[in-house]
Design a binder for this molecule. Structure first.
Ligand SMILES: NC(=O)c1ccc[n+]([C@@H]2O[C@H](COP(=O)([O-])OP(=O)(O)OC[C@H]3O[C@@H](n4cnc5c(N)ncnc54)[C@H](OP(=O)(O)O)[C@@H]3O)[C@@H](O)[C@H]2O)c1
Length: 221
């Protein structure tokens, strides 16, 4: 299955999941635009995929997040799909997590993805699709991750409602409940230290199965 020049914006393309999604979609013929925080890593990813348009952003700049889709449409000529794989882990008993850390986790894992999606709804072509990575934690919240789980669950709930609201515009909204993966995500936590999490799934296979193939399906490809 291919995507034959479909315009796709990957937000969080500097990360493991976003980078993997961008690579797989590029391999299937997508016209990609890439957004990420780290400018150096973003430049490398964009150039490794053949010189794609790129834009740096920070989750705390919600207006900037909301403008990403319009920027991508300007670069690509059309926007058929949006992938959002932005997030940061946080660990520790709820009583010990500071309000500043809680704000950070809610901003990066919920408010920023919501702003990116909100900014895309008037920009996506009819029949387009949005795929946002939440996580299996939404279905199985665990001790020591209350704030991270709350942020992902807020995002998942919001996506569910938005999906119903835009169905009449023929926009598909996917909540990608990715399983725990074999990536450095937990080691990059904004607060606390990860407990022993056990082996993670292969990111290549997981991104293909949970994100890329369902996205192609939603696009009717
Ligand atoms: N890995 C897992 O086991 C797992 C499991 C379930 C769900 N997920 C979810 O999958 C998504 C991607 O995870 P990953 O494994 O790819 O982790 P990752 O490699 O750490 O990537 C995280 C992404 O979020 C971006 N990001 C973090 N803080 C940001 C900020 N303040 N402003 C803008 N961007 C920011 C990073 O940008 P820079 O790299 O440019 O800093 C990167 O693009 C996250 O939503 C995560 O919750 C991961």
């Amino acid at each position: 299955m291919g995507v034959d020049g479909a315009g796709i914006l990957v937000v969080g393309a500097t990360g493991a999941v976003g980078g993997q999604a961008a690579g797989q979609l590029a391999g299937r013929g997508a016209a990609l635009a890439l957004a990420g925080r780290d400018p150096g890593r973003l430049r490398e990813r964009a150039s490794a995929l053949g010189g794609r348009p790129r834009r740096s952003f920070d989750a705390y700049d919600l207006d900037g997040c909301a403008r990403l889709a319009a920027w991508a449409e300007g670069e690509l000529g059309r926007l058929d799909a949006l992938v959002v794989a932005v997030g940061v882990a946080g660990f520790g008993a709820a009583a010990e997590v500071s309000d500043a850390s809680a704000e950070h986790l809610l901003t990066v894992n919920a408010l920023a993805p919501m702003a990116v999606v909100r900014g895309s709804l008037d920009v996506l072509s009819p029949g387009g699709a949005v795929a946002v990575v939440t996580g299996a934690i939404v279905d199985r919240p665990v001790r020591g991750m209350a704030d991270y789980a709350a942020a992902k669950t807020a995002l998942a709930t919001w996506l569910g409602v938005v999906g119903r609201e835009v169905r009449r515009d023929r926009i598909g909204v996917m909540d990608v409940r990715m399983p725990h993966l074999d990536t450095p995500f937990a080691a990059r936590a904004a607060v606390g230290t990860a407990p022993a999490l056990g082996p993670g799934a292969d990111p290549v296979e997981a991104v293909r199965e949970h994100l890329v193939l369902p996205l192609l399906d939603a696009l009717g490809r």
